[in-house]
Design a binder for this molecule. Structure first.
Ligand code: SF4
Ligand code: ZN
Ligand code: ZN
Length: 314
C-alpha cells in the first residue's frame, strides 16, 4: 500500500499530476477546497456580507461549486439558479431535482428558470427558426448569450452582490487562448478577476473554481457521490470549432507537461493585472435601445435583441 504523501497515514489512491503527489481521498478533497478558498481570498471575490447567486447547470462542476461555496461562505446568503435551455433529451427533470435537493440540503435556496419563460421560446425552438431562415448561427451562440443574460438579470433583480459560475481551470485557459488568438483585448481584460464592472446593471462575476482542473472536479464528484447530469446536449457537435481545437491542444500539452495550465493562468493573471489596473476607469457601456440592457461599445442593440430579431422574434 502506498501511503498518502500529505497525511502519511491513509492509503493514497490519486496521483495529483501537477504536483506529482500521491494523495488519499480526504487530502485530495481538502487540497481542492483550500485552493478554492485561497483563490477566492486572493482576488477578494466574496466579502462576508455578500449575497451570491450560484449559476448551476446540474453538471459535475456545478455540484463542486455548490459544495465548496457552502463551506466557505454563509449558505443563507446564497441562491442557486438553474437555467433550463429547453433541449429535448438534455434538460431532464430528474437532474434538476437532484440539484435542488442537494442545494437545499446544504442550506442554499434554489430557483429554476427556463428560456421559454424568459423569452417565450425554448432553445430547440430558437434553433429550428434559425435553420428555417437559413442562418448558420451555432445553437451554442443562442444558448451562451441567453444564459449570460438570464444569469445577470436574476442576479440583479434578486439584489445579489456577486454572480458565481462553475468555470474550471480548463475552461479559463481555453477562453484565455481564444481571446489571445482573436486579439480580443477587451475580452482579455474582462476575463481577469479584477476586471472593472462596466455598468450599474451588471453584477460582478466570480469564478471560484478557476484554478481547479477539470479532471479534479470529475474525481471530486465521484468521491463525494454526486448524482450529476451526464447526458450530453445534442448540439455539442455544432460547438464553435476554434475552442474545440484549443481544448484538444491544451489537453495534449497538459499530458506531456503536467501543471502547464496552472502556470499559464497564473502567469497571465500577473501580467494582465497591471493592464487591468490601468483600465479601471473605462466609460460605462451603452444601453440597448430596445431592451435597456448593457451592450458593447459602439452598438445600438444588444446581442440578445440582435439574435432574436434575425429569427423574427424581435
Ligand atoms: Fe448550450 Fe451548446 Fe452547451 Fe448545448 S452544447 S448546452 S447548445 S452551449
Ligand atoms: Zn492523506
Ligand atoms: Zn437588447
Amino acid at each position: 500500500m502506498i501511503k498518502c504523501q500529505r497525511c502519511g497515514i491513509r492509503q493514497a489512491i490519486i496521483l495529483q499530476q501537477h504536483t506529482g503527489l500521491a494523495l488519499c481521498k480526504q487530502c485530495f478533497i481538502e487540497d481542492i477546497v483550500e485552493r478554492v478558498r485561497r483563490e477566492v481570498k486572493r482576488w477578494n471575490m466574496v466579502n462576508p456580507n455578500d449575497n451570491v447567486l450560484l449559476a448551476v447547470s446540474g453538471g459535475k462542476d456545478s455540484f463542486v461549486l455548490l459544495d465548496i461555496m457552502s463551506m466557505i461562505h454563509d449558505p443563507s446568503k446564497q441562491v442557486a439558479l438553474s437555467i433550463v435551455e429547453g433541449v429535448e433529451g438534455y434538460n431532464r427533470e430528474e437532474d434538476i431535482e437532484n440539484m435542488r435537493k442537494y442545494a437545499r440540503e446544504r442550506g442554499i435556496d434554489f430557483i429554476k428558470v427556463s428560456f421559454k419563460e424568459f423569452i417565450g421560446a425554448s432553445l430547440d425552438e430558437l434553433v429550428a427558426r434559425s435553420w428555417e431562415k437559413g442562418l448558420n448561427t451555432s445553437p451554442c451562440t443562442y444558448c451562451g448569450t441567453l444564459r449570460r443574460r438570464i444569469m445577470n438579470y436574476y442576479a440583479r433583480i434578486l439584489g445579489m452582490d456577486k454572480l458565481a459560475t462553475a468555470h474550471n481551470l480548463d475552461d479559463e485557459v481555453q477562453t484565455l487562448l481564444l481571446n489571445i488568438v482573436r486579439a480580443d483585448r477587451m475580452r482579455l481584460i474582462q476575463s481577469h478577476p479584477k476586471a472593472p464592472v462596466l455598468s450599474d446593471r451588471i453584477v460582478r462575476k466570480i469564478k471560484p473554481l478557476r484554478k481547479v482542473y477539470e479532471w479534479e472536479t470529475v474525481m471530486y464528484s465521484y468521491i463525494k457521490g454526486f448524482r450529476f447530469q451526464e447526458t450530453e446536449c445534442k448540439y455539442i457537435y455544432l460547438r464553435p470549432t476554434l475552442r474545440a481545437k484549443i481544448r484538444e491542444y491544451l489537453y495534449r500539452l497538459e499530458s506531456e507537461k503536467p501543471g502547464s495550465l496552472l502556470r499559464l493562468l497564473e502567469t497571465m493573471d500577473n501580467m494582465l493585472e497591471k493592464i487591468v489596473n490601468i483600465h479601471q476607469n473605462l466609460p460605462k457601456l451603452p444601453l440597448c435601445k430596445k431592451c435597456g440592457e448593457p451592450t458593447s461599445y459602439g452598438r445600438e442593440l444588444c446581442k440578445v435583441c440582435e439574435l432574436l430579431e434575425k429569427i423574427g422574434l424581435g
